[in-house]
Ligand binder design. Structure first.
Ligand code: P6P
Length: 319
């Protein structure tokens, strides 16, 4: 029997054929993200040998130290996207303001990127990733997350995976070294309704509010729960998508608004988790996808994962 090797390009073409308003530029956009992902993966694989370890010595506009790989990945993604003909502008965690495609190449999409998420883990060989979120440009730069056309991530882990949703479930593709193609490996990723893994930075325990602390104490009283925290959102979220449970980055006294970026980290994952049958909520107990951003760099808190786990946390919040 012939085994069909279904690549990302095959899947995108198939999606385009069924889409009513297909202009072809979504195919172009995702295949450009794919090219950039392969090039970043190539550097990540040998980051210790290609002088991309460590810091650039510069501080970004948010007061964060810029890693060499952050700078490399940001420039590569910006160049690859703005020359595609599918993108109008790029918003990046590494840049204060959007960058625009030249008029000759201006396309229909706004693309929001975290070029290397988890960059503090680069030097320790822990999984890191690229997060992306796509909107139509007509809605402007401050759209609610429920207006996303698509969102996804590339995870540079023991294998390189590209996972995305365009509103028809969550699909996963694994980079096959032999063919250098992203091959369809995870069809319609769906979270279990309940999981026994919780993921939170417990070093901040004393900074969390008492209801969050009561929730954590409850989890610890359960025999079958276990804690997993990489400190790289892409890694912690990927595990949550595949195994269920709950990921929490709640407000704490030092970061009362939360740490994660609403448009660049939280909303891409809120869409993925909801498309995979899970639930996401922000500080107000509602889905982050309903928040109207004030700036492209707004921060918020995030709790996401299996519905039963997130609902139990919500019960503790409202106790
Ligand atoms: P903390 C990485 O810097 C990041 O933005 C996310 O990838 C990750 O989930 C979070 O911050 C980790 O933050 O405060 O636990 O180190």
């Amino acid at each position: 029997m012939i085994k069909h090797i279904h690549t990302l390009a095959d899947y995108l073409l198939q999606e385009e054929q069924t889409a009513t308003d297909a202009s072809g530029s979504f195919f172009l956009l995702l295949t450009r993200i794919e090219v950039a992902a392969k090039r970043i993966a190539d550097k990540v694989r040998a980051v210790g040998l290609v002088d991309l370890l460590g810091k650039t010595g510069t501080i970004n506009t948010f007061g964060e130290e810029v890693q060499k790989l952050d700078e490399f990945a940001n420039q590569l993604l910006v160049d690859t996207l703005l020359t595609s003909g599918a993108v109008y502008a790029v918003v990046s965690e590494e840049m204060e303001h959007p960058v625009f495609a030249p008029p000759s190449h201006a396309g229909e999409y706004l693309v929001y990127i975290d070029p290397i998420d988890g960059s503090s883990n680069i030097d320790t060989n822990c999984p890191i990733g690229t997060i992306f979120s796509v909107y139509h440009k007509d809605g402007g730069f401050l759209q609610q997350g429920n207006r996303q056309v698509a969102s996804g991530y590339v995870m540079y882990g023991s294998s390189v995976m590209l996972v995305y949703t365009s509103g028809h479930g969550v699909q996963g593709f694994t980079l096959e070294p032999a063919s250098a193609s992203f091959v369809y490996s995870h069809r319609n990723i769906t979270l279990p309704a309940k999981g026994n893994i919780y993921s939170i930075n417990e070093a901040y325990e004393t900074l969390y509010d008492e209801r969050t602390r009561a929730y954590l104490a409850h989890l610890r009283s359960l025999a079958n729960h276990t804690a997993r925290y990489v400190g790289s959102l892409v890694a912690d979220a990927h595990r949550t998508l595949l195994k269920g449970g709950i990921f929490l980055y709640p407000p704490n006294r030092k970061q009362p608004e939360g740490k994660l970026r609403l448009m660049l980290e939280v909303n891409p994952y809120a869409l993925l988790i909801e498309q995979a049958g899970g639930k996401a909520m922000s500080g107000n107990g509602k889905s982050p996808l309903t928040i109207t951003p004030k700036t492209v760099h707004d921060r918020t808190s995030l709790v996401m994962g299996s519905k039963e786990n997130v609902n139990l946390f919500a019960d503790f919040l409202s106790a």
